[in-house]
Design a protein around this ligand. Structure first.
Ligand code: V47
Ligand code: SF4
Length: 383
């Protein structure tokens, strides 16, 4: 907690005519929680300067000028998937699997071995739901990676992948997660959450795990000592009320069980998918989402921007709107967003580039591990 953060008093005068915005500003000033109705009102009526000033204040108070990043790479075992989410540019159906990729255990171990002499701390494993890649296959993969490099944090599998694997193995979520934990899995990424509302899921990803199932999977992981992340796919057919409902389910879960490391808004990108007819939201809307998430999710310490999806300049801008965490060096190992039309076609940043991006806006880069222990604070050079 940074007690030097100064509340932007001038903001109160700018909203004196509006009872709801005044209430929100006063609640932030006094560290009180805003309601779901107030949150929806922010999406509808607040301007970016207002939510930005509040989000910046909250973030400064919680995290000072520190911006976290980690040194990571991805393994995407396959893009063959039995599901057909309309927003996905990445997957290939099982019938068309010759147009996709399927990696074997040794091929994935070879990817890990490429980093043998590099100081990466995390591998993020995520992909499509392939009917032949089952729980035994992934446990063997986890065991082999762990045996090869025990210091590497293994973060992997969306609850969509896990739900399919565990159902097939006739295991409960708890039994399945305990097996994977034993095999070396240490945390879950935040994917597959999309928008929790049933009606939206029926429209854009109807067959996969429900919103309630997603929360149950993550709460079970938290209960057995595996933390996780949470995402929200925004900027498609969802309403403001759906975003608020989504974030509220996360806020309630965090109160109930705890265990979420960070919240990651994911901007819908419309390249080459079944929702390409939809436009993409503006950068102003992007920044509002980050800022409102920071204000609403008072029990999340970290709001993360995923730069391969946003582009690095927009990701840099989020640092003024409540974000304190940037994912990661990545080393061009993910295809999800390049295939969806992101300007980052080969996402990779060196530590120097990430640090420069952060110091350029007057913040302090801090390398973290996967559970947010600080590894190294980098000296700042003032912008
Ligand atoms: O669940 C897929 C999203 C997610 C598109 O936890 C799309 O550290 C936008 O969750 N436009 C998977 N988004 C990736 C993910 C993730 C990424 C980075 C870090 C972490 C973490 C998690 O990607 C999917 C879906 O919500 N997605 N297609 C698209 N066209
Ligand atoms: Fe499959 Fe995930 Fe793409 Fe949906 S988003 S089609 S579950 S890879």
């Amino acid at each position: 907690m940074n007690n030097n953060a100064v509340f932007p008093e001038a903001i109160l005068a700018t909203v004196a005519h509006d009872a709801v915005l005044s209430s929100v500003a006063n609640k932030v000033k006094h560290e009180e929680r805003i309601t779901t109705e107030e949150c929806e009102y922010l999406f509808q009526h607040a301007d970016l300067n207002f939510v930005g000033a509040l989000a910046n204040y909250i973030n400064l108070k919680k995290n000072g000028k520190k911006v976290y990043f980690n040194k990571n790479f991805h393994i995407e075992p396959t893009n063959v998937c039995i599901f057909k989410c309309d927003f996905c540019s990445y997957s290939r159906t099982y019938k068309n699997r010759e147009k996709g990729w399927e990696l074997g255990i040794d091929q994935m171990l070879d990817i890990v071995k490429k980093y043998d002499d590099q100081p990466v701390t995390e591998v993020h494993i995520v992909g499509g739901v392939h009917p032949k890649m089952n729980l035994d296959f992934f446990c063997e993969l986890l065991e082999k990676i762990h045996a090869h490099r025990p210091d590497l944090h293994l973060k992997g599998f969306t609850s969509v992948e896990l739900d399919y694997m565990f159902n097939k193995a006739k295991l409960t979520y708890r039994e399945g997660l305990e097996r994977m934990h034993k095999a070396g899995l240490q945390s879950l990424p935040g994917g597959g959450a999309e928008i929790f509302d049933r009606g939206v899921r029926d429209e854009i990803c109807k067959d996969k795990i429900s919103g309630e199932g997603w929360i149950e999977m993550h709460e079970t992981a938290h209960e057995i000592g595996m933390p996780s992340n949470a995402t929200m796919l925004y900027g498609h057919i969802e309403t403001f009320a759906h975003r608020v409902d989504h974030m509220n389910r996360l806020r309630e879960s965090q109160d109930r069980v705890g265990g979420f490391n960070c919240f990651i808004p994911l901007k819908f990108r419309n390249g080459d998918n079944d929702m390409s007819h939809l436009g993409e939201v503006s950068i102003i809307e992007d920044m509002k989402v980050y800022a409102i998430a920071r204000i609403f999710l008072d029990n999340f310490n970290n709001i993360k921007a995923y730069w391969p999806m946003l582009g690095r300049e927009s990701a840099q801008l989020t640092l003024e709107y409540g974000v304190n965490d940037l994912d990661g060096t990545i080393d061009d190992t993910t295809k999800i967003y390049s295939m969806a039309g992101s300007e980052e076609q080969n996402p990779s940043m060196s530590t120097e580039q990430l640090c420069e991006l952060i110091t350029h806006v007057g913040k302090v880069p801090v390398e973290r591990d996967s559970i947010y222990n600080e590894i190294q604070v980098f000296e700042t050079t003032e912008a």
